[in-house]
Write a protein that binds this ligand. Structure first.
Ligand code: HPA
Length: 273
């Protein structure tokens, strides 16, 4: 079946609005207050933040494609938080490296905004450049450098990206865990990991974290008017910083090992929002 997002004559915001009404119908929840995209290592948070009242297969919602990656679950969950708020948990991320275009990459974020969410929590597994970080360390994203040479914005849409990763939300996260460090996230296209030279470049231009998601999603979330909290799990030290070759298995394993702790951390942060 063709994805309507691939039709340039259709408006991606109309498709996101349609997706949001399908979610409302299938979950019985008219409006969500916040949304979370759970990347490698963060999935457990969905079980810990509240009571899941509905789980949907993402593919059943307009615009969402098949999950491309083992270890990524293609579901959308509606969760009732202890404070009465409703969270939409997006366990289905389309990565830029899949080559389906940036509209598909940011569709879940636009859909979340269309469900009413005003806060977007974006999480990922990523490589660390700071020598003090060990695999398994969660860090706050303070800003990003978008190295994809692409944007989710179409046409002459000039959007300010100052304080994109809300300093207010980072401060709240730090009230939960005062030891949380922060860093600048560099989104590379992938799916190959970076070369050691590219990691040195990222470091030289002010980067601390390397990954293959999040920056494009954050831009779309800002366009939609949402406040953004970004968090990376450092699954490995970036290429050349760690002396052994990188492997996808290592990244997945580091995510599994950290899952319970990260889930607990995120659940506590969400409770404070
Ligand atoms: N680079 C890019 N993406 C990643 C990495 C990395 O080192 N680790 C996990 N995702």
């Amino acid at each position: 079946m063709l994805n309507p997002l691939d039709n340039p004559d259709l408006n991606p915001f109309d498709i996101a609005a349609e997706a949001a009404s399908q979610i409302a119908e299938k979950t019985g929840v008219d409006r969500h207050d916040l949304a979370l995209t759970l990347g490698s290592g963060w999935a457990k948070a969905a079980d810990l933040i509240g009571e899941t009242t509905a789980t949907i297969t993402a593919q059943d919602i307009v615009g969402f494609g098949k999950p491309a990656l083992e270890g990524h679950v293609g579901t959308l969950r509606s969760i009732l938080l202890p404070n009465g708020k409703r969270a939409l948990v997006i366990g289905a991320r389309t990565h830029y490296y899949e080559g389906h275009g940036v509209r598909r990459v940011v569709h879940s974020v636009r859909t979340a905004a269309a469900t009413g969410a005003t806060t977007m929590i974006l999480t990922n597994g990523a490589g660390g450049i700071k020598g003090t970080w060990k695999p398994g360390t969660p860090v706050l994203i303070s800003d990003h450098i978008n190295l994809t040479a692409d944007s989710p914005l179409e046409g002459a849409t000039f959007i300010d990206l100052t304080d994109l990763y809300s300093s207010r939300l980072r401060a709240i996260a730090r009230t939960v865990d005062g030891s949380l460090d922060e860093g600048v996230y560099c989104q590379f296209r992938g799916p190959h990991y970076e070369t050691p030279a590219e990691v040195q470049m990222a470091k030289a231009i002010g980067g601390h974290i390397v990954g293959m998601s999040t920056a494009l999603e954050a831009i779309a979330a800002r366009q939609a008017g949402m406040e953004i909290l970004g968090m990376s799990l450092i699954t490995n030290l970036a290429a050349g910083i760690q002396k052994t070759p990188l492997s996808h298995e290592e990244v997945i394993q580091a995510g599994k090992d950290a899952e319970v702790r990260l889930g607990g951390l995120l659940a506590q942060i969400v409770a404070e929002l």
